[in-house]
Write a protein that binds this ligand. Structure first.
Ligand SMILES: [Zn+2]
Length: 209
C-alpha cells in the first residue's frame, strides 16, 4: 500500500451523497437482495465520473495492493472501503471510495475490520507498518512498530490477502526488474510499476550507498 493524498470531493458529489446513500439504504431495507447500481449524474454513471479523480489519486494503481496496470475492458472498479451492504448510507461518501483491483475488492466477502489501513489516512507510511521479506516476497507487520500498528498491518495483510494470489512472486519479479534497470531510468520507472512502495525503498537504499 502506497501513501496517497485524496483530492477534494467534487461539489456535485458532496451535494448528493447523503440523498443517494439514503436512497440505497431504503432500497436495501425493503429488499435485502437489492443489487447496488451506481446512480447517474448528468447522464453519466457516478463511478465513471469519479474514475479520473480516484485514478489520479493513486497514479492508476490499486489503492490497496498497488497492482498496476488495472484491468481494462471491464467496468472500472471502485471499492467501498466500508462495505456498502453494511454501510449503505456511505455508498456515495467520497472518503469511502478507492480505485481497487478485482482481487482486493473481494475483501468484502471476508468481513470488514475498522483496523484495515487506508492509504490516504494521516500518518500512513508503508515502512511504518510493514517490512518486506526479500527471501520469499511476502510482507509482514513491522516488528519495530507499536502494538496497534502491528495489529493493523496484520489485519490488512490478511483481509487484502497481500501474501496470496501470486503477489509475493510478483513482488520479487518486479524488484528484480527494477534492479536490472539503468540507475538513470529507475525514478521514471516507479510510477509505471506495481508495488511502488518497494521500489521507492530500494531507490532510497541504493542512492544512500
Ligand atoms: Zn489490489
Amino acid at each position: 500500500m502506497m501513501p496517497c493524498e485524496r483530492p477534494a470531493c467534487p461539489d456535485w458529489l458532496a451535494e448528493h451523497c447523503a440523498d443517494w446513500g439514503a436512497e440505497y439504504a431504503a432500497s436495501l431495507a425493503e429488499n435485502p437482495k437489492y443489487e447496488f447500481a451506481w446512480k447517474k449524474w448528468q447522464g453519466e454513471r457516478v463511478n465513471i465520473r469519479l474514475l479520473p479523480l480516484l485514478s489520479g489519486m493513486t497514479e492508476g494503481h490499486c489503492a490497496y495492493c498497488d497492482w498496476f496496470p488495472m484491468d481494462t475492458g471491464t467496468d472500472p472498479t471502485i471499492d467501498h472501503f466500508r462495505p456498502k451492504k453494511r454501510y449503505p448510507r456511505e455508498a456515495y461518501v467520497w472518503e469511502n471510495l478507492y480505485l481497487c483491483c478485482r482481487h482486493c475488492q473481494e475483501k468484502d466477502n471476508d468481513g470488514f475490520d475498522e483496523a484495515l489501513l487506508r492509504p490516504d489516512e494521516l500518518g500512513y507510511q508503508y515502512e511504518r507498518f510493514f517490512i518486506y521479506n526479500h527471501a520469499d516476497g511476502t510482507l509482514s507487520p513491522n516488528p519495530a512498530a507499536e502494538d496497534n500498528d502491528r495489529e493493523r498491518a496484520r489485519v490488512s495483510i490478511q483481509l487484502l490477502k497481500l501474501n496470496f494470489r501470486g503477489r509475493p512472486a510478483a513482488r520479487k519479479r518486479e524488484l528484480q526488474r527494477f534492479r536490472d534497470l539503468d540507475r538513470d531510468a529507475r525514478r521514471e520507472w516507479i510510477p509505471l510499476s506495481p508495488f511502488r512502495y518497494l521500489l521507492w525503498e530500494e531507490l532510497v537504499l541504493t542512492e544512500e550507498m
